[in-house]
Design a protein around this ligand. Structure first.
Ligand code: M6R
Length: 608
């Protein structure tokens, strides 16, 4: 979603801003722009193309203070006039992520005061509001603080004034923003990847913080305006982790990073002889002792990992578990149980719906909250009492891959820890699970060897417009995830069903033009699944089956079987995810879509 970069330096900041925007491209955007302060004037360039177009457009611009933005349209179509930065009276410029909910009311008031609006965005009200205070003599900091007090909604903002050549004001509430601290230069950005070329020193702003940033110093004020100290941390992010290297797309790179990502995520556990609650935080033991049920809240792919986990938690740990789409839960009147553990799952840790669901859960009386997340210092991590960090490394491709499988690893650990605490896990079972987890990265590596065969298989989908995914039990959520991946990046309409549901409706869709992809592990539901596949074949549907060894499902006319390794027991969903990711990737290549930045989607969904 939208991205912000800002800089104040002794050198020209335009290259810094453009490089930062390039690094934020993965978040998804439809226009971009920047403003620099030069000779007491605001110089602005905006473009509806890629950041590369903005680079051309800003060739004649330079300055030592500037803010830049990639916009993902919410209010107003993607167009140059709606692209940020927005300005007021050639004096104030603002970039903004998030949504200002009371913008219409503010717009009416500001229009009555004589302000002229040149865009359809909610952001422009911020520029005029700041101007209205600044022109009356307030400092830029005070003018921004006074404006923020009038806003309802979520924001991360950067503000500069034409007559203030070395000062940048920024603030965050509900959208991510951090400070990068350099030598005689300082920066702001939506995430650290934008600043890797200029600094590794990072200050994470808290909710409601406002910062005043100069060349040699910065001050942070909390939501009530009190000066506060936020620690400077050294970012562990490296340039390599956010660069493509030998790969054509980030998605493929990230699929192939899964063995390492899983090894990193499981490191602490695999090096120890037993499972301890402490891996979820210091207070986990006490909290886990009090809980009698689990409610998982998440969106998209992260929701799918929750659906797998429900099966594990109920079967292995014997604990009741519900899984809800975060955006539904937050607006539903639900019956809360204070002994329920709320588990939020999020790659980015900034998803607005998941964050709002977490806050709703807390507001209705849930004290025990656990975040399973890939981004340390993200809002979801900071606002939860317990946490588990997946160590997948930065995920740049919009389609989530390694974040999903590492979430599953984290959720499996949660299952085992709770099972142990509840007396459902013998020592021998614990050792067996630890053994299987240690083996997991190499098992994933073995599945990745199917890549050439899956690439070939993908050719069958080049002319398809629809696809059905089938799975059962623990693997139904994997079918859902396979369908989500395919539709997201290849734009083929794909649906997933529990295979037993086929005859209750979707079978009507099956004919020779409807490819049916089946996840076929060698588990207790195999024979039932085989019957469901017969139902498809009998109607002329073409089957693509990912089958474990020993399932005795053979390729034949209209049946393409991709042989998986031995059945991996409870960890099988992780292995069965891999070929579906590769299938989606190679079908998207066939279709010629923008794999890493699919249309209309954003990586980090920071608006509702
Ligand atoms: O960052 P999150 O895990 O909270 O994001 C949730 C969804 O937006 C995300 O998983 C989305 O469904 C993926 N792009 C799917 O590949």
């Amino acid at each position: 979603m939208c991205g912000i970069v800002g800089a104040v330096a002794q050198r020209n900041v335009v290259p810094i801003l453009l490089q930062g925007l390039q690094r934020l491209e993965y978040r998804g955007y439809d226009s971009a722009g920047l403003v620099v302060v030069h000779d007491k004037q605001l110089q602005r360039a905006r473009s509806t193309g890629r950041v590369a177009d903005l680079t051309l457009k800003s060739a004649d611009i330079s300055g030592h203070l500037g803010i830049a933005h990639t916009r993902w349209a919410t209010h107003g179509v993607p167009s140059e006039r709606n692209a940020h930065p927005h300005m007021s009276n050639a004096s104030i410029a603002v970039v903004h992520n998030g949504i200002i909910e009371n913008y219409e009311e503010l717009r009416t008031r500001l229009t009555a005061q004589g302000y002229v609006f040149t865009s359809d965005t909610d952001t422009e009200v911020i520029a005029h509001l700041v101007h209205s205070h600044y022109k009356n003599g307030a400092t830029l900091l005070a003018a921004t603080q006074a404006s923020l007090a009038e806003l309802v909604g979520a924001y991360a903002i950067g503000v500069v004034a034409a007559d203030n050549p070395a000062q940048l004001i920024c603030s965050r509430k509900g959208s991510p923003l951090l400070l990068g601290v350099g030598k005689h230069e300082n920066f702001i950005a939506s995430d650290m990847s934008a600043l890797l070329a200029v600094t590794k020193n990072v200050v994470y702003l808290e909710e409601g913080d406002v910062a005043e940033i100069g060349l040699d110093a910065y001050k942070v004020f909390d939501a009530r305006g009190k000066p506060v100290t936020r620690p400077v941390q050294i970012s562990e992010l490296t340039n390599d982790s956010v660069e493509l290297g030998e790969y054509k797309h980030y998605m493929l790179k990230e699929i192939f990073e899964q063995p390492q990502a899983l090894a990193n995520t499981l490191e602490a556990v695999c090096n120890s002889q037993s499972l301890i609650p402490g891996i979820f935080g210091a207070e986990a033991s006490a909290a886990f002792a009090k809980i009698d049920s689990i409610l998982i809240l998440a969106c998209g792919t992260s929701h799918n990992s929750g659906l797998v986990a429900r099966n594990w938690l109920e079967e292995i740990a014997g604990i009741p578990c519900n899984v809800e789409i975060a955006s539904e839960y937050r607006y539903r009147t639900s019956v809360s149980n204070p002994n329920t553990l709320i588990v939020t799952i999020s790659q980015s840790g900034e998803t607005a719906d998941t964050l709002a669901a977490l806050n709703h859960a807390k507001a209705v009386g849930h004290a025990h909250t656990l975040a399973i997340c890939n981004v340390p210092e993200s809002a979801i991590i900071r606002q939860s009492s317990l946490r588990f960090l997946t160590r997948a490394g930065p995920e740049i491709g919009v389609a989530s891959t390694k974040a999903f499988t590492t979430q599953l690893a984290g959720l499996f650990l949660l299952t085992l820890v709770l099972a142990k605490l509840r007396g459902k896990l013998s020592q021998q079972q614990e050792q067996q699970h630890l053994h299987d987890l240690r083996h997991l990265p190499s098992a994933v590596q073995a599945v990745l060897k199917l890549e050439p065969a899956i690439k070939k298989l993908a050719e069958n989908f080049a002319n398809k417009h629809h696809a059905l995914f089938l799975g059962r039990g623990l693997h139904y959520p994997i079918a859902l995830e396979g369908a989500l991946k395919l539709k997201e990046i290849s734009y083929i309409h794909a649906e997933a069903y529990p295979a037993g549901e086929l005859k209750h409706g979707p079978l009507a869709l099956v004919d020779k033009d409807m490819p049916v992809i089946a996840v076929a592990p060698n588990d207790t539901l195999l024979e039932k699944l085989k019957s469901n596949l017969q139902e498809v074949r009998a109607r002329g549907g073409e089957l693509f089956v990912f089958a474990d060894a020993n399932t005795k499902i053979q390729s034949s006319e209209g049946v393409h079987v991709m042989q998986m390794p031995e059945h991996a027991g409870f960890l099988s969903p992780i292995l069965h995810t891999i070929p579906l990711q590769l299938l989606a990737y190679y079908v998207a290549l066939q279709k010629g879509t923008d794999v890493d930045k699919p249309r209309n989607l954003a990586k980090s969904v920071t608006v509702e």
